[in-house]
Design a protein around this ligand. Structure first.
Ligand code: HEM
Length: 470
C-alpha cells in the first residue's frame, strides 16, 4: 500500500519499498530537516545528509559500538543493570519483607534512568546516577518535550525559517535551551579533559587526532562536534532501549502464562544472576528472545517514516515511478504491522519467532532486515548503537525475571478501559522515537526457592538448559 502523506511526500508500508529506499545500492539522501536533530550547523551522525561526512562519522564511531568493544564495556553497563535490579523490590517507608510485593513501579521511568546512566557513562565517562538521585531526572522529561518539537519540525521544516518554532512550539523552548546548555557544558568539560585510558568513552575516539576531520582540530571545533553528537546520542541511547524494555514488561505483565514460561526458562538456565551476560547460554533462551523480537516488531522504537529524498533523476519504488526531489519513506510501524507479512499483526505473539530461532540467533534476526521487519533500519544509515541496545535490554530483562516475581498493578487503567475481547495496548506516544508511559508493575523476591542473588548462598541446582516451547 502507498499513502500520500502530503503532496510531495509518499509513504510506503512494504518491504520492497523499504529496500528500494534504504538499501546500500540506493542513493537516497536524508531530508534536510534531519538538521533539527543537531544543535549546531556542524551536524551529527544522524542528521548529516552528506554521504562522505556520514561515512567518516560512522567509521570513527563504529569501533566504539563494535561487538568487541561492547564486550569490553560489559562491566560498566552491568553495574548499572545491577543497580536497576536492586531498586525494584527495595524497601520503602513502611518496609517490605522478603516475600512482600513492592509498591508499583513505573517501568518507563526505571528503564529510562538505567539506560541514561549507561549512556552518560559511555559518552562522558561519568554516571549521573538517575537511578538513585533525582538531581538529573529532569533530563528524560526535557528530551520528551524536545522530541515532540523535533517531530513537528521534521515534518514542517518551514517552522525553522525565521525561528518560528520558538514561538509556535513554545512549550518545548525552555527544555530545549536547558538541554542544550547542559550538554554544551558537558561537551566543553569533555573536550578539555585529559585522556583516561582506564575509562575510555566515545568522545575520546572523536578527540583522537586521526579521527578529526582535516582542517578543524581546534578545541572549539571539538566542543561543537561533541555537543552535536551528545544531543542525539543521549536520546537515542536511552529512550529507544528503555521503550523496548518497558513494552516487553507491559506484554509480559499482561500474559501470566507466558510470563511463567519465560521466567522458568531463564531460571533453569542460570545458577546466579551475575552469570547472566550476553553469550552462548543467553542465545539459547528462545522464549525470552522471541519476546524481545516481538516487542521490536509490535512497538518499533523508531516508528515513523524515516524520510529520504528521491535523487534528481527519479526512481522506481516498489514498481511506482517517483519523480526526483519527492520525499519518500517507510514507516517501520506500518511495515511491521502489515498483514501481508504477519498473521494477527496487532497482537503480541512471540511464538511466531520460535521456528526461525532454530536457524538464526535473535541478534542476527534483529540486526538484519527481513520481509516486514527492520527495527534497526537498513543500509548505510542503519542504527549504529544496536549492539549496545541489544546487550542492555536482553541482560537487564533476564536478570529481572531471574531474581523477581512480577505482576501487573491491580486495577491497571488499560484493563479497566478495555472492551470485551480487546487486548490492552501499551501507551507510547510516537515522537522521533517512542516514549513509553508505564507499565506499572509490582515485584517481589522470587518465591520458588531461596533467593539467588549475586554472592548469596550457593544454589544446588545444575544448569538444565532452557526449556524451549514449541
Ligand atoms: C532498541 C533500541 C534502538 C532502536 C530500535 C534503534 C533504531 C534506530 C533506527 C531505526 C535508526 C535509523 C533512523 C533513520 O534512518 O532515520 C537508528 C539510527 C541511529 N541510532 Fe539507533 N536504535 C536504538 C538504540 C540506539 C542506541 C543505544 C544508540 C547509541 C548509543 C543508537 C544510535 C543510533 C545512531 C547514531 C543512528 C544514526 C545512524 C546514521 O544515520 O548513520 N541507537 N536507530
Amino acid at each position: 500500500m502507498t499513502a500520500f502523506a502530503k503532496p510531495d511526500f509518499v509513504s510506503f508500508d512494504t518491504f520492497d519499498a523499504f529496500c528500494d529506499i534504504y538499501a546500500a545500492r540506493s542513493n537516497f539522501q536524508k531530508v534536510p530537516s534531519y538538521v533539527v536533530l543537531s544543535p549546531s550547523r556542524r551536524g551529527n551522525a544522524v542528521s548529516t545528509q552528506d554521504k562522505h561526512v556520514s561515512q567518516f562519522k560512522r567509521r570513527s564511531e563504529a569501533p566504539f559500538f563494535s561487538d568487541k568493544n561492547i564486550k569490553d564495556l560489559e562491566e560498566r553497563y552491568l553495574s548499572k543493570i545491577s543497580k536497576f535490579t536492586s531498586m525494584l523490590p527495595a524497601s520503602e517507608a513502611g518496609g517490605e519483607s522478603g516475600s512482600a510485593w513492592s509498591k508499583k513501579r513505573d517501568m518507563s521511568d526505571y528503564t529510562t534512568w538505567m539506560t541514561l546512566d549507561v549512556i552518560t557513562d559511555l559518552l562522558y565517562g561519568e554516571t549521573l546516577d538517575l537511578l538513585r538521585s533525582d538531581k538529573y531526572r529532569w533530563i528524560p522529561n526535557a528530551f520528551r518535550m524536545v522530541q515532540w518539537r523535533n517531530l513537528i519540525c521534521m515534518n514542517y521544516p518551514t517552522l525553522l525559517k525565521g525561528k518560528m518554532d520558538r514561538i509556535l512550539l513554545w512549550p518545548a523552548r525552555k527544555e530545549l535551551c536547558q538541554l542544550q546548555n547542559w550538554t554544551y557544558g558537558k561537551s566543553r568539560d569533555e573536550a578539555y579533559r585529559g585522556e583516561d585510558e582506564t575509562k575510555p568513552n566515545l568522545f575520546s575516539v572523536m578527540k583522537s587526532a586521526e579521527a578529526r576531520r582535516a582542517g578543524d582540530s581546534s578545541v572549539d571545533g571539538i566542543v561543537k562536534d561533541i555537543w552535536s553528537e551528545s544531543m542525539f546520542l543521549l536520546a537515542a541511547g536511552s529512550e529507544s532501549t528503555a521503550t523496548t524494555m518497558s513494552v516487553t514488561y507491559f506484554y509480559l505483565a499482561h500474559a501470566p502464562e507466558l510470563l511463567k514460561r519465560v521466567t522458568a526458562e531463564v531460571r533453569s538456565a542460570f545458577i546466579d544472576a551475575e552469570e547472566i551476560r550476553s553469550g552462548a547460554i543467553f542465545d539459547s533462551l528462545h522464549i525470552l528472545q522471541a519476546c524481545i523480537l516481538e516487542t521490536l516488531r509490535i512497538a518499533p522504537a523508531a516508528p515513523n517514516t524515516l524520510p529520504r529524498v528521491v535523487p534528481a533523476e527519479g526512481a522506481h519504488i516498489a514498481g511506482h515511478y517517483i519523480p526526483g526531489g519527492t520525499t519518500v519513506g517507510t514507516s517501520l510501524y506500518a511495515m511491521q504491522h502489515n498483514a501481508m507479512y504477519w498473521d494477527r499483526p496487532d497482537s503480541f505473539v512471540p511464538e511466531r519467532w520460535l521456528a526461525r530461532l532454530k536457524e538464526e540467533t535473535a541478534k542476527e534476526i534483529a540486526a538484519t532486515a527481513s520481509p516486514g521487519f527492520a527495527p534497526f533500519g537498513m543500509g548505510p544509515r542503519n542504527c549504529l548503537g544496536w549492539r549496545l541496545a541489544w546487550a542492555e535490554m536482553t541482560v537487564a530483562l533476564a536478570r529481572v525475571l531471574f531474581l523477581f516475581d512480577m505482576r501487573l498493578e491491580s486495577d491497571a487503567p488499560c484493563c479497566a478501559k478495555r472492551g470485551g475481547g480487546e487486548e490492552c495496548e501499551p501507551d507510547f506516544p510516537g515522537y522521533i522515537t517512542m516514549a513509553a508511559k508505564g507499565p506499572y508493575v509490582e515485584f517481589r523476591r522470587r518465591q520458588d526457592e531461596a533467593v539467588v542473588a549475586s554472592g548469596e548462598c550457593g544454589n544446588p541446582r545444575r544448569r538444565s538448559g532452557p526449556s524451549v516451547a514449541t
